[in-house]
Write a protein that binds this ligand. Structure first.
Ligand SMILES: [Zn+2]
Length: 137
């Protein structure tokens, strides 16, 4: 996904003294009211008041939800939502588990079991289980 954004500084001289408006083909400011027909050659753009360069919008990649995956969801719930619990029925009732199950078309109990497997494998909250407190907390 990409989006066009106008830089807030002039790429030529670094000034933030920029001016946006309608300009004609000769780069003269063209007064235009909202709703007015835009004549041929007139466009909305930004100029630098310091050096006169035209500041063109740049195309940037928009950060997308690259971490949105089933495995990420399982790991997140395993680490964050009642990390002490290893009871499948209890975990299957968490709102976070129900959301993940709904998003990925799975049964809540299936998701709960994946969360427990993660907790066992990664020894999540082992310190709690031992009756102590989490290290470093
Ligand atoms: Zn400039």
């Amino acid at each position: 996904m990409t989006a066009k954004t106008t830089p807030d500084r002039c790429p030529s001289c670094g000034s933030d003294n920029l001016f946006s408006g309608h300009f004609d083909a000769d780069d003269y400011a063209y007064p235009l009211n909202i709703g007015d027909h835009t004549p041929e050659g007139v466009r909305w753009t930004t100029f630098c008041n310091q050096c006169g360069s035209e500041v063109l919008p740049t195309t940037e990649r928009v950060r997308s939800m690259t971490r949105a995956s089933y495995r990420f969801g399982v790991a997140w719930i395993a680490e964050n939502d009642e990390p002490i619990s290893r009871d499948p029925d209890e975990i299957a009732g968490f709102i976070s588990t129900l959301l993940l199950a709904d998003l990925f078309g799975k049964e809540p109990l299936e998701v709960a079991k994946a969360i427990i497997r993660y907790r066992v494998k990664h020894k999540v909250a082992e310190d709690y289980q031992a009756g102590g407190t989490l290290a470093g907390v």
